[in-house]
Design a protein around this ligand. Structure first.
Ligand code: 13P
Ligand code: SF4
Length: 329
């Protein structure tokens, strides 16, 4: 059996949309009906009219589609959890809030913003407190909007994204639990991070700058602030793709983000800003065979509970509000 042909047949015969994030393996990415970064996928998957969404990505992405469109059946061939999203749950969120309160900041003076890389339960907590969601491509706008409230921003779970955007907006940031002064900060960050983007270092940048005189360095804002400071361009997944595609072919560039995505841009003078292979292990879990099995389970009317995304009504209510506040901005 040719897996690719079978997947194409099943897609044609079933009321299904196959969705894949840019970090998916090439063989999965190529067959998708919708591809994009986390913001584009949340928007586009919501707009589809098909009954089934087969989502190839990490858990929080499938959950976001389910929250925005509870009537759809959202299946993930592998419910793989983003390492950063796993660093926070409702309990840790509350514990951090308590520490912020103990520093003399009351809840009514805090506006929470969660990076989309978090569970629906954390998004619900944020929504219930009047807060909203952001992604790396709209964080700038969302934080600026949040600051209009006159409150301090509690940014979860990515410390780096919070610190990087605070810097670019000329604001002060602090991280809960690292001894920094929370009361002085405009943006108070939760101490989470991406295990993949932590791989890129200032030494990697120095290595490439020494090797090629005119090389450009472009990185994702999940990288450490020291790395973002030393780069020529900082942008979300889609912003990186646009930036790289617009460069003249002869321009050398070293990119600090996930391997599959950078590898797809290899026709340019494009290098990976690391001596290791920065693959996101959970994004890489989904194989062509997993996609086939999930589609086949729809055809056979035998969907495995392990692949279906379910979010409780309570969580959906507030997580949806937090996501919609983002989409409105
Ligand atoms: P994007 O919002 O750029 O798609 O990023 C998602 C992600 O997980 C990056 O590591
Ligand atoms: Fe999560 Fe990092 Fe993987 Fe993105 S690259 S899905 S933030 S672990």
């Amino acid at each position: 059996m040719n897996l690719k042909e079978e997947i194409l047949r099943l897609k044609k015969e079933l009321d299904v949309t196959l969705v894949a994030h840019f970090y998916q393996r090439d063989e999965v990415f190529e067959l998708a009906d919708i591809t994009g970064d986390s913001l584009e996928l949340a928007r586009k998957a919501k707009e589809t009219t098909s009954k089934y969404i087969v989502f190839c990505g990490v858990g929080f992405m499938g959950e976001s589609v389910k929250v925005l469109s509870p009537e759809k059946i959202v299946l993930m061939p592998k419910i793989a959890c983003c390492a950063m999203a796993r660093m926070i749950d409702e309990g840790y969120y509350e514990q951090n809030l308590k520490q912020i309160n103990e520093a003399g900041i009351a809840n009514e003076d805090i506006l929470p913003i969660t990076y989309i890389n978090s569970s629906a339960a954390v998004k619900a907590k944020v929504g219930e407190m009047g807060g909203l969601v952001c992604t790396s491509s709209n964080a700038y706008k969302i934080i600026e909007k949040g600051l209009e409230s006159g409150k301090k921003i509690f940014f979860v779970p990515d410390r780096c994204l919070g610190q990087n955007f605070a810097k670019s907006l000329n604001l002060k940031s602090a991280v809960v639990g690292d001894g920094s002064d929370l009361k002085e900060a405009d943006i108070i960050c939760y101490n989470g991070f991406c295990s993949v983007h932590q791989l890129f270092t200032v030494e990697d940048i120095e290595f490439y700058r020494e090797k090629y005189d005119d090389i450009l360095i472009a990185v994702h804002p999940e990288c450490d602030p020291s790395v973002c400071d030393a780069a020529d361009f900082v942008g979300s997944t889609s912003q990186l793709i646009t930036y790289i595609k617009e460069l003249p072919l002869e321009q050398k560039i070293a990119v600090g983000t996930e391997y599959n995505m950078v590898n797809r841009l290899r026709d340019k003078n494009t290098y990976i800003l690391s001596s290791t292979k920065p693959e996101c292990p959970t994004m890489n879990e989904t194989t062509l065979e997993d996609v086939y099995k999930t589609l086949k389970s729809i055809e056979d009317n035998n969907i495995s509970e392990e692949t279906e995304i379910k979010v409780s009504e309570d969580v959906t209510k507030w997580a949806k509000i937090a996501l919609q506040r983002m989409l409105e901005v």
